[in-house]
Write a protein that binds this ligand. Sequence first.
Ligand code: NAP
Length: 488
Amino acid sequence: MTIATQEQTVVDAVPKALYIAGEWRDAAAGGTLTVEDPATGEALCEVADAQPDDAKAALAAAHETQASWAAAAPRDRGEVLRRAFEELTERADELALLMTLEMGKPVAESKAEIVYAAEFFRWFSEEAVRIEGRYSISANGQGRVLTMKQPVGPSLLITPWNFPMAMGTRKIGPAVAAGCTMVWKPAKQTPLCALALADILERAGLPGGVLNLITSSSSGSVMEPLIRDPRARKLSFTGSTEVGRMLIEQSAEQILKVSMELGGNAPFLIFEDADLDAAVEGALLAKMRNIGEACTSANRFHVADAVAAPFAEKLAERMGALKVGRGTEDDVRVGPLIDEGAREKVHELVQDALGKGATAIVGGEAANGRGYFYKPTVLGDVSPDARVLKEEIFGPVAPVTSFESEEDAIRAANDTEYGLVAYVFTSNLERAFRVVEGLETGMVGLNQGMVSNAGAPFGGVKQSGFGREGGHEGIEEYLETKYVAMNL
Ligand code: NAP
């Protein structure tokens, strides 16, 4: 099979319709939206473009199915996830190609995301049978306190394009395990991974109406009526802080239970006692995973004065050597950004930093040719007022600044409205704990450049959001606690 045929085959295998109440159906108004390959700017295919009426049908299905799904045996709910985990794992190569075609990241990284995404299903298949309440004796000795956990109810899930499969499974896994039904709206740029996942869940035995998937080019107008509808009980959103803030306001009307996984501005701290080579490896991972388009991407490097220059040089050497190209090609490490708007924003931040005195040690410009490529870039001597240190870059750009003392490093790290993740490289144990305790973030990578792990509570503080996904905490987001008071 030629490469082009192989690509066409994986795209053709995906259903292109909305999935509502266990049926694949066209959008009521018949519209479609175009899915594009960001490496070429060319259309891959058309998928159904949901309108508000389709969204309402999806919520109606979720609402009607809620009681029966909540009553399904936890083991049965878990087994659906387990079977879906197995199919995701078996089909990882084909699904990785699909992901690369619509999102752009290199196939090896797409495959790593499929594995990560599948892990949420495995993890929550195991959590489904471990939902527990408690029984205790009141302080007065007379009363008894009984608590039980129950599914929160129909849940609205909204996910971004940057991890099109894992951001879905991270919400669907715990919702299925807890006994919640769902309406899922993925990002318009990456509907194919979502459609493939719904197809897998259907074949894994998920009853119709539990997961309802609507792909749409008009996210605001399809989701707002659902968020304001009393039949919805929960909103779980992953995306930008700007949109998250607006959705929190909308969800106030029905007092929804809300989880928000929002933007980041991760500081990466390197102390003079760090293993510099390990720090460079960690930096490459934290900066270049997902082409820098991750909420967890290292956004700014704060390096001890004594090692700032050698660190920047080593990082520039490694970043400059990474092959840029279409994610389907051999050895490519840096794919295209998601669209022209994203590329323009990245270049604007670089230009602003250069205008304020920074130097481009490597890169600093868009790559030639079609597709939305940007050259891996390391900026030295970045001024503290440069926008690149304050705004989420979402691209392959590493600004490096230096600090004099541990206190300065912590102050600089916390000087942001975001608080998702920070990275710390030091070989001094006492310092490691002092710094970790001083950081205002939900997660810390200590001497490592990646924190993502299905078995760990992922999430942020400050304007990076609230709620946790993954780990034991992940299922709590889809459960309510009911307390029963008794006197004996
Ligand atoms: P975004 O613009 O906020 O979009 C995220 C999702 O929200 C998409 O599905 C989008 O749909 C939808 N959306 C946009 N406007 C909406 C509205 N008015 N009502 C309802 N839904 C709406 O973010 P993005 O650019 O796709 O993703 C990048 C952002 O996600 C970054 O800030 C990144 O840090 C964050 N992120 C956070 C985490 C985390 O766990 N904390 C993980 C990954 C990404 P359409 O695109 O189809 O309009």
